[in-house]
Design a protein around this ligand. Sequence first.
Ligand code: ARG
Length: 560
Amino acid sequence: MRGQIIKILKKVAPYASLEVNVPEVSEFGHFSTNIAMRLASEKGRKPLEVAGELVSKILKVSPRGFFERIEVAGQGFINFWIEKSVLQKELLAVHEKKGFGKSKAGKGKKVIVEYSSPNIAKPMHVGHLRSTLIGDALANIHEFLGYEVIRWNYLGDWGTQFGKLISAYKLWGKRQEVEKAPIGTLLKLYVKFHEELDKQPELEEMGREEFRKFEEGDHENRRLWLWFRRESLREFNAIYKRLGVKFDVTLGESFYEKGLKPLIERLIRRGIAKESEGALIAQVGELPPALIRKSDGATLYITRDLANIEYRVKKYKPAKILYVVANEQALHFEQLFAIARLIGIRGVEFEHVKFGLVLGEGGEKFSTREGKTIHLEEVIEKIIRLAQGVVSKKNPGLSEREKKQIAEAVGIGALKYNDLREHRHSDLVFDWNRMLDFTGDSAPYIQYTYARMQSIKRKVRAGAKPDASLLELENELSVLRKVLDFPYVVTASAEALTPNTLARYTYELAVLANKFYETTPVMKEEDVKLRAARLVLVDVAAGVLKRALNLLGVSTPSRL
Ligand code: ARG
């Protein structure tokens, strides 16, 4: 629907970035644009005049009977009302179509979406959770739009810290403890190493020596590292399973270690990397210099990321690579992309998909009462426990098994939606009660709306062919208009890389659907053709709501 309006507008005002919005207030139309004001200010003309001219042109090029009316308002807004019959016809078309909202926009194009990317031997924290959820949603959305998506988990599994960890394990580690609680035990060992360092400074040398041996392929050290990696992945995978997240490729920093020497030589030869006080640095434009190799010969995070880009581009020829990583690493990615361009990598878009911090309810850093950082497992356990309480209270008649299943869907959904509803640039607040509030802007509210619609579908028999032209109430038509906006919203969400655009949409659709079925009878409607049409509307709205939530990674139980 919105796409059609944009198409019409492009005919009369060929602007690349033409905005058509849905006004908050219904007096301003179903859709609205400020294009006349923009054109007028460019040409130094009166906005109202320009708007008037545009409207007559629009009327000439638009299909007959498409607009109910068009109005110029305020400083020069153009507001549109769509003809009912257009909406009614679309309803039946959408009902018959499979995959409404899908497009071929991404056909033949590959996108690598890199997300999650935790560091082995360390717990995943809420920052990794954000990356995991935003990345997974973006991957789903791109897939839906026809892109070939490669979901990539870029593990932090290399660096001098592993020399310290290996030393610590050799000094104090116990096999069974690592097996029992891998990451917790390895973290403790690592922390202990740093504590002991104050008392025994010679440990520093030991760490360095173990890393050197490891780098040179020392059998024992390689074996230990592989084991740490495997055990860490086992724990990560348990979390991914709970979150319903999957990857196509799990290749981390270590994978690139071997290719670094030739890469560095190339950087030197091409004059991109230069010696500086024994170290090697690369400076591009105004950016601060990036350290490529330390004076002791150690390579860095960015060195491996450069090898990573080269590998990906060569092997997959992607159209885009999305790096879903926290704001804090902005400089790293600016440097990385700038150097990649210098090396001559072309024909691929890179994007650092940044996101903000996670905060506690009072806006403080998100941590336990003792001030320790909260690990992801604890967050997941807690939200599901809280969800269980809420679900039992809301629906005491459910069996224990059902309660458990639903609590899992509601809890995980709440966690995901709480993140995705926010613009990713904003910091995120963990307000547990709000996340689970069945009456607010939360996943449970939207999931509940979906379940209500499913229950209507279960209870009502159509009994006749639907006559969509009988749908005339504003409550019906506003649901219908929202439903028809879905294709536009998914595309917009992909283009701006903002899952919150889609999340917002699910909420708005749920609010309208609620209003509709609370005020408009479906089962009790006596006109069978109208009843059938309302049932189609419920079915279509439920289908779109389910699709949209699923793209966000939120599951949709049919009973709540
Ligand atoms: N492992 C890193 C961390 O936990 C994130 C990796 C981001 N991706 C990248 N290609 N550098 O901070």
